[in-house]
Design a protein around this ligand. Structure first.
Ligand SMILES: Nc1ncnc2c1ncn2[C@@H]1O[C@H](COP(=O)(O)OP(=O)(O)OP(=O)(O)O)[C@@H](O)[C@H]1O
Length: 622
């Protein structure tokens, strides 16, 4: 089950109080909120994030900085130039004639500056996007690489939907920071500093008077921003829940339709959707209050400027040109302040995102290679499981002291009731988990001391729940050994009797199958995964309920094929259908994590113990 479990309580938080839909089953799903929660600014984390900029430090950053400085300087210079034109070319001091030539020179220069400003801004945004996208590409690649290295234990604790939603949302919120943010902060700070210096240079008194509104504006905006931030976070929580529910609803669509639960699901979805809409409306309304507040504050600034500034002009303390320059600079003043506020909110959200991304990245695989792990030599197939105890969760042993030996080339069947520990033995043999106690030896090597890839690449596994990737049937079989030729692929398919059904499909081996192979029947999928495993030519072959969905006739054919194919390989076969394991060299009977019987079919039948009971129970219902 994805983000949800059916037990009930946690969901009854904020969302419920906001949702007005009278729906008594709205607690049916419980979602762990994987939303982005605001975190205090954390320098260490920011530095870690910024290390992703390192590869671009030499190539692109210097260009960016030059563009940034050039853009800011031109922006700052233009009002100054116009002010100069007013005072010296349009309305010069009494006694001096207006100069058309000077005006033309100044307007020409201003025009050139506008062009430079436009060009620098355009290229700055382009470069920023380029760097930002590359950083996100690197981050995403790092994260995916790491996720692939994490062990089953990590995924046992987290539903796929939760990993997915979290990774996509968090990476997206960092995307905003890197593409729009980091460099803009520098641009805005530079611009602000430049304006303050110029204003003070032009006239200290007027500059101080105009900037009197800044602290007020700062106070108001800090308070309001916090509220707005919280409101948007609430929106993200709601959206994250919708995503989680969607993920689950789509995956479980067949069950929903089979149990005709569409109406129920729709009502629940409607409820979540309404809660999301309300939360969005609230955040959006709050957001809209910000604009007028800035406008009122700038209007007060402008009022002070014109009342006090005109007084200063009349007293001849400043010129009209300087008053004009002031008006322009003050106009440009609020823009960076506003953006810096937005950036701050964005950074706090990015802090939370990066924390969660780094939390995944810092997660160590519970199964990792020991230092000095050696390459597993070519496996002969002798498997020794010695006194193995294994707990998925502390205190709940799934295997309680298992010892078994498979000589190279032997076929071993694992049988027993559901939950008796059959798959767990296989999981340990493939080293998806490490035993809590005891050890697993292959050809005398403790598998903890060999390189994982060299071990797993020599073990083939066919599971009941076969995963078919999107691509052609040929690609799916070739997944077993990527360098296999087309002939080898077909030979493997023929050996497991998959060739006929493949050829009956529209494009034969080139038929496209969808993710999880929905165009194929369960049995067909299993046949493909047989072919895949055989192509890999593993020394140890594991069949975990691999023939459960194949009809008896095909199964008999496969049995024949398997007899030759299993020759020379050690195999472990888990099967509830006991007829399939009758000819195995050894049958291990498990019960509640312990081996209760061991021997050949004939030996165990004579014993008239658990195995005999299982076989008789099966025939009784036939
Ligand atoms: N990922 C897991 N996390 C926690 N407990 C688990 C996990 N997988 C299996 N178990 C528990 O370990 C025990 C053995 O499970 P296992 O899957 O090995 O049984 P099995 O014999 O293969 O069952 P089946 O015939 O149904 O496939 C069960 O009690 C099961 O609940």
């Amino acid at each position: 089950m994805s983000q949800a479990s059916m037990t009930g309580e946690q969901h009854s938080n904020k969302a419920d109080s906001q949702g007005s839909i009278p729906y008594d089953k709205k607690n049916r799903f419980v979602y762990q909120d994987d939303e982005i929660i605001e975190k205090p600014f954390n320098w260490a984390q920011m530095r870690r994030l910024l290390t992703y900029m390192k590869p671009y430090k030499r190539q692109l950053l210097p260009i960016l900085v030059i563009l940034m400085i050039l853009g800011t300087l031109t922006k700052l210079a233009i009002p100054f130039l116009i002010s100069y034109a007013i005072d010296h070319a349009i309305a010069p001091e009494p006694g001096v004639d207006p100069s058309m030539k000077l005006l033309l020179i100044i307007t020409g220069t201003a025009f050139v500056l506008y062009v430079i400003q436009w060009a620098t801004n355009t290229y700055r945004i382009k470069f920023m996007n380029m760097i930002g996208q590359r950083i996100i590409y690197d981050l995403r690649a790092d994260l995916f690489k790491h996720l692939q290295s994490l062990s089953f234990g990590f995924y046992d604790k987290r539903p796929a939907g939760s990993v997915l939603v979290r990774v996509t949302n968090d990476i997206n919120s960092l995307q905003d920071l890197f593409t729009n943010g980091a460099i803009n902060v520098l641009v805005d700070c530079l611009q602000l500093l430049g304006i303050i210096i110029i204003l003070l240079f032009l006239n200290v008194k007027l500059a101080v008077a105009v900037m009197i509104t800044v602290p007020i504006m700062f106070l108001i905006s800090t308070k309001l921003r916090k509220k707005i931030r919280m409101a948007w976070q609430d929106v993200r929580i709601k959206q994250s829940r919708i995503n989680s529910h969607l993920n689950e609803a789509i995956q479980g669509m067949r069950v929903t339709q089979a149990y005709t639960q569409e109406k129920e699901n729709m009502t629940f979805f409607d409820y979540m959707n309404t809660v999301n809409l309300k939360s969005w409306n609230r955040a959006s309304a709050l957001n809209q209050t910000f604009g007028p507040i800035i406008e009122i504050t700038s209007a007060i600034g402008a009022f002070i400027l014109f009342v006090y500034g005109t007084g200063l002009v009349q007293a001849e303390a400043i010129t009209v040109g300087i008053l004009f320059a002031f008006a322009q600079y003050v106009g440009n003043f609020w823009e960076p302040i506003n953006r810096l506020g937005q950036m701050y909110s964005q950074m706090l959200i990015a802090m939370a995102s990066s924390e969660r991304i780094f939390e995944f990245m810092d997660e160590k695989p519970s199964v990792s290679e020991n230092k000095g792990a050696m390459l597993m030599p070519s496996i002969k197939g002798d498997v020794n499981i010695e006194q193995v105890v294994f707990e998925y969760e502390p205190g709940r042993a799934a295997l309680k002291g298992i010892s078994l030996h498979a000589e190279a080339g032997q076929s071993i069947a694992l049988v027993g009731h559901t939950g008796s520990g059959k798959s767990t033995i296989i999981n340990l043999l493939c080293r998806f988990y490490d035993p809590t106690q005891g050890r697993v030896l292959v050809d005398g090597f403790d598998i903890r001391n060999v390189e994982l890839e060299s071990l797993r690449s020599q073990i083939g596994i066919v599971m009941q729940d076969t995963f078919i990737f999107s691509g052609t049937i040929r690609d799916n079989i070739r997944f077993g050994r990527l360098d296999a030729t087309d002939e080898e692929v077909e030979r493997a398919a023929k050996a497991v009797h998959a060739h006929d059904f493949i050829m009956s499909m529209e494009n034969g081996y080139d038929t496209e199958v969808q993710e999880r192979g929905n165009v194929l029947s369960m049995g067909q999928r299993q046949l493909l995964s047989f072919a895949r495993a055989l192509l890999a030519d593993p020394r140890i072959l594991i069949l975990d309920e691999a023939t459960a969905s194949i009809d008896t006739e095909t199964e008999l054919k496969i049995q024949e094929a398997l007899k030759t194919l299993l020759k020379g390989r050690t195999s472990f076969i888990i099967a509830h259908r006991l007829s399939t394991i009758r000819y195995c060299d050894k049958i291990i009977v498990l019960d509640h994590g312990r081996i209760v019987e061991e021997g050949s079919h004939e030996q165990l039948m004579v014993k008239r113990g658990t195995y005999n009971g299982l076989v008789e129970a099966q025939y009784k219902y036939m």
